[in-house]
Ligand binder design. Structure first.
Ligand code: 4AD
Ligand code: MG
Length: 432
């Protein structure tokens, strides 16, 4: 007989059907001569009833002490059973243990560090399955958006010779005796590629040697970055709101049940499915914060706390634009109408989440860019190739980077970024 997924079996039309399922033991109890084995697979959990009268006392005795997470295969008849989780159960006609599991290390109630040491096993919990599925749909919808709007997917390098986002968070690596770094962003390479394909995007790992452990910083994360020739900052902000609203719409359509199981307040997510998103300038952000009694002055960067306070003003994701030039990277284009600010934007997610996107228009003038590289204490020799892009047919262009884990954390309503990756990397954690 064919094996079915557990979710497929738990369905009114399946009542009375003979089916086979397979998976791992999630919970078990033995009452009288019957074993009640809850089996999970990627799709759900079903109760399998093993009756000693039918399958023998020996099996039921063995199941009394069977370890959690043992793998099993069962065939039987589907029944409606309001007392079973999900309302259905499988009356087993055959039941086979495929792989034993002795003393599974996670029993419930363990502390965080212990669980992280056992991450390779902890991820089996149904909660992770739901988060991983939400992230799958975030990625699928992102690719769908770019592919259906004429953007080319490209593969920039991960090993690089120079910084994109400042020296403080670079991870050095030994590259055949030469010093190199893990990429912080594909941006500079994507800028070279717009001269070939005009509208490009990439999905790559990005690395940041973040010194502190926070709810929203990882040392390794997935970065979705578009870059386009001839695009202004405004054009790119439209791409950002179209992309994010498309992702939210797809997750609401396809992962609604998973979101509800994760405790996500769907109503609060819904406004994000509808572009446009509000826009405020950095100046206005500072004013709002000052009115709320935050100790901030023009020129200060917005940290997690400031962002959280700002998000309380909005139902939807919103843009903050025109930041002071000193707090943004060398590549940002200076606003022609105000040399103190740059044509950069961040997109902040509501409900306290804050920045999920950073981007803007790029400096396309050779001399100005050279000046800014020097101004920021960088060595122009390291950026010779990047400066070249302004020497041979320079064009106005813009781009941004979406942190996939930041977006997933917000969409799934998680309170920590850690669980958006099966094996998160942050300071103090490299095993498993
Ligand atoms: O704002 P960032 O540093 O911008 C850039 O890297 C640009 N070069 C991107 C571009 O224009 N192509 O990073 C972009 C996004 C942030 O908004 C955030 O979502 C995410 O990357 N991010 C992180 N996510 C998790 N952990 C970290 N340590 C992150 N640092 C940035
Ligand atoms: Mg940023």
């Amino acid at each position: 007989m064919e094996y079915r997924s557990i979710a497929d079996v738990m369905n009114k039309d399946m009542i009375g059907a003979h089916v086979c399922i397979r998976g791992w033991i999630y919970r078990r109890s033995v009452v009288g001569g019957k074993a009640f084995i809850r089996v999970r697979d990627s799709s759900g959990v079903i109760q399998v009833v093993v009756d000693s009268g039918r399958l023998g006392e020996e099996l039921v005795n063995e199941l009394k002490n069977i370890g959690l997470e043992a793998s099993v295969m069962a065939c039987g008849t589907v029944r409606e059973e309001p007392r079973a989780p999900g309302g259905y159960e499988l009356e087993a006609e055959s039941f086979k243990i495929t792989g034993y599991s002795r003393d599974f290390p996670i029993k419930g109630g363990e502390g965080l560090e212990y669980l992280l040491d056992n991450r390779h096993l902890w991820i089996r919990s149904p909660r992770f399955a739901k988060i991983l599925k939400v992230k799958h749909t975030v990625l699928e919808a992102g690719r769908e958006y770019f592919t259906s709007n004429g953007w080319w997917e490209v593969n920039p390098p991960i090993l690089t010779a120079s910084a994109c986002e400042g020296g403080a968070t670079l991870f050095p690596v030994d590259y055949f005796g030469q010093k190199a770094y893990l990429s912080q962003s594909a941006q500079l390479y994507l800028e070279a590629l717009i001269y070939v394909l005009e509208k490009v995007w990439s999905l790559t790992p990005s690395f940041r040697a973040e010194r502190s452990r926070t709810r929203r910083h990882l040392a390794e994360y997935w970065h979705l970055e578009p870059e386009a020739a001839w695009y202004t900052m405004e054009d790119m902000m439209r791409v950002a709101e179209e992309l994010v609203s498309h992702i939210v719409r797809r997750v609401l359509e396809e992962r609604r049940g998973d979101l509800i199981d994760l405790g996500r307040n769907i109503e609060r997510l819904k406004p994000a499915a509808e572009p446009p998103y509000p826009r405020i300038r950095y100046d206005e952000a500072v004013e709002i914060l000052q009115k709320k009694g935050v100790n901030i002055k023009w020129g200060d960067d917005l940290g997690a706390d400031e962002e959280r306070i700002l998000t309380m003003e909005f139902e939807k994701p919103f843009f903050v634009t025109h930041f002071p030039r000193q707090i943004k990277s060398f590549y940002m284009k200076v606003d022609p109408s105000n040399p103190n600010v740059v044509l950069g934007f961040d997109l902040l997610a509501p409900e306290g989440y804050g920045e999920i996107i950073g981007g803007g228009e790029r400096e396309d003038n050779y001399d100005v860019l050279y000046q800014k590289i020097v101004e920021q204490g960088l060595n122009p020799d390291d950026y010779k190739w990047y400066l070249d892009l302004r020497r041979y047919g320079s064009v106005p262009h813009s781009g941004f980077g979406l942190g996939v884990e930041r977006a997933t954390m917000w969409i799934a309503g998680l309170d920590h970024i850690r669980d958006t990756l099966p094996f998160p990397r942050f300071r103090g954690r490299i095993y498993p």
